[in-house]
Write a new protein. Structure first.
Length: 326
């Protein structure tokens, strides 16, 4: 079986490629290299440079490489940017997916794993978010992920293809320093950046209805997340007609203040955070129930918060050696 990993040169995609190879699956990477990095693709793995909007190249790739399953991660993923550029997000994330599914259907590829997000839930008013919690996305980004799930499921039902929609919670960490996230869009790298710049990490609001007043999230190590893709891919391969929608989280809430405390402790800094205004659109608490994926795939996260922070910090230091605390 050969898997096409779209977005396989990206931060999460490169981890999925690595995990699939470790599980002895054949992979081909398809990436437009807009944010992906060719150097992340391991030697011996074919890299096809192209857009998911290019149906012809996709069809040639699927048939040319004898692809029998797709893991689709190529997408735009910045919430703020999606608010400013909704048409761009719908084109890349929804139209790109439609074109890909059309090529996949024509080539009769039997398995499809879709990278979705906890952003589909919006502001869930529950302690633990289950896959039955209503989906009310709060941003065009979240809308494109929800619409993507609909497209994937509808196509699967119509064609008999096996599908899995994986809803990622807050992803952090790295399998190796060179695979670390290079974007500075999330809490962990944003705190690293402040430490490096001799500035105070920021807490966006401490008046939320949570134990310490700061927002609570469910952080998941990218290595665990990648292994969940392998488990899903194997399940689809083994059970034709499968239609899965699964949260990928640890089921443990960690507050922004707790994260900053651990980052200080693990990096050797002691930089007190400043509390600023709330960031618009941030839910107080988003924590997964990880029960369904445990039951369905036997998958459970193995790495904790310290593993995520330490491995992300090693990657950060590789690119910012000046950040070492004295
Ligand atoms: C992230 C993703 C979102 C995804 C969700 C779950 C982005 C921008 N958002 O959202 O698409 O659906 O995970 O997968 O990629 N914070 C601070 N100070 C900082 C930075 C962040 O207090 O300097 C706070 C935020 O207000 C938030 C928490 O830290 O409460 C986490 O923020 P972030 O890492 O941006 O992720 P989410 O907003 O949860």
């Amino acid at each position: 079986m050969t898997w096409l990993i779209t977005g396989g040169a990206g931060y999460i995609g490169a981890h999925v490629v690595r995990a699939m190879r470790e599980a002895d699956e054949e992979v081909v990477v398809y990436d437009d290299l807009s944010t992906g990095i060719a150097g992340r693709v391991p030697e011996g793995v074919p890299l096809v440079e192209g857009s998911t909007l290019d149906g012809e190249l996709l069809s040639r790739t699927l048939t040319g490489h004898g692809i029998t399953g797709v893991v689709h991660l190529a997408a735009k993923k910045q919430v703020g940017e999606s608010v400013d550029r909704p048409l761009h997000y719908y084109r890349e994330n929804v139209e790109g997916l439609r074109v890909l599914l059309s090529a996949v259907t024509e080539a009769q590829v039997p398995s499809f794993v879709f990278s979705s997000s906890a952003a589909v839930y919006g502001m869930p008013d529950v302690d633990l978010v289950t896959e039955r919690t209503p989906c009310v996305p709060m941003s065009p980004y979240g809308e494109t992920k929800l619409a993507g799930e609909w497209l994937v499921r509808a196509t699967g039902r119509a064609t008999g293809q096996s599908t899995a929609c994986l809803r990622y919670f807050n992803v952090a960490g790295a399998a190796a320093p060179e695979l670390a996230d290079v974007g500075v869009f999330n809490l962990v790298p944003m705190v690293f950046e402040k430490l490096t710049d001799a500035a105070a990490p920021r807490i966006f609001g401490d008046d939320y209805p949570t134990p310490d007043g700061t927002c609570v999230r469910d952080y998941i190590h990218v290595v665990d997340l990648a292994e969940a893709h392998v488990a899903a891919a194997r399940r689809l391969k083994a059970s034709p007609g499968t239609d899965l929608t699964l949260n990928i989280g640890r089921g443990e809430g960690v507050s922004v203040r707790e994260m900053i405390d651990r980052i200080n402790a693990l990096t050797g800094y002691d930089r007190h955070p400043v509390v600023t205004e709330r960031r618009a659109g941030d839910p107080a608490r988003v924590v997964a129930s990880a029960d369904r994926i445990a039951t369905e795939l036997g998958w459970k996260a193995r790495h904790d918060i310290d593993d995520m922070i330490s491995s992300a910090w090693e990657g950060w230091l590789r690119r910012h050696p000046e950040a070492t605390a004295s």
